[in-house]
Ligand binder design. Structure first.
Ligand code: F6R
Length: 249
């Protein structure tokens, strides 16, 4: 595992965007796994900026997003589809048929989960998966659980996650209780993982995920078993790691 430290959010975003950019330049047909939330916003902004400057071409890239809420009205500004289109896809030259998110409103959610896993396989798997980390240690919306071997599935969001995501909604009551998420299996099968983290409030969970016991109770801890993980994080997000593992940073 490589840990790259950045002095602040902008620098973290640029470093992570540089790694994604290298992937797309070296392999223009890459399959990128993408995340939403606050952390990747600066990364998408930077990538879109480099696209505008002519440095990047997304015309052959395919993407699969980690997750989507269930039960939001079609076109809702809180949906992850809207987030991805307004923050990234509509600012680059990726064809609309090349980007994919699970459909949280599918009538048959089980069939939708199977479709999503098959889609990921049919694309040849994920070349580079971008991840954030939740306060519960979730990756995607894989909340603390009893096992690691879930494929795409519907999940009930934890209270902590609903509270954390309430900032995107008018009231916490409006945060959907359920979401569809890519499973830990597909995430772990990605060839490369890029975990981005920012802010002191992620310092403790980041330390426990990367250096604590590997347990489904802390889903991100499984990343310790992946052969190609890069963590790009701000200094404050790395503060507990720096204290506990001073030789590493
Ligand atoms: C969202 C996702 C989540 C977030 C996590 C951190 O697609 O995959 O795991 O990465 O909840 O969210 P932020 O970045 O808002 O702190």
């Amino acid at each position: 595992m490589k840990i790259i430290s950045a002095p602040d959010y902008e620098s973290m975003s640029r470093k992570a965007a540089n790694l994604i950019s290298a992937q797309v330049i070296l392999y223009p047909r890459s399959v990128l796994g993408l995340a939403t939330g606050s952390t990747p916003l600066g990364i998408y902004k930077q990538l879109a900026d480099w696209y505008r400057k002519g440095d990047l071409d997304f015309s052959k890239v395919h993407t699969v997003n980690l997750d989507e809420y269930c039960g939001l009205p079609a076109g809702s500004e809180q949906s992850y589809r809207y987030y991805m289109e307004s923050n990234f896809f509509h600012h680059i030259n990726i064809p609309a048929e090349n980007y994919n998110l699970p459909n949280g409103n599918a009538e048959d959610i089980e069939a939708e989960c199977i479709r999503y896993d098959k889609l990921i396989s049919s694309l040849g798997g994920i070349d580079l998966q971008l991840l954030g980390i939740g306060h519960t240690g979730h990756i995607g919306f894989n909340e603390p659980d009893q096992s690691f071997d879930k494929t795409t599935h519907r999940i009930r969001l934890s209270r902590r996650t609903i509270e954390a995501n309430a900032r995107f909604f008018e009231t916490p009551e409006k945060v959907p209780e359920y979401a569809v998420t890519m499973g830990i299996k597909a995430i772990m099968q990605a060839k490369k993982l890029l975990l981005a983290a920012s802010g002191a409030e992620k310092a403790e969970i980041l330390y426990r995920a990367l250096f604590g016991p590997v347990t489904p109770e802390l889903p991100a801890s499984i990343l310790q078993f992946h052969p190609n993980v890069t963590v790009v994080a701000t200094e404050d997000a790395l503060s507990v790691i720096r204290r506990q593992e001073p030789k590493l940073l």
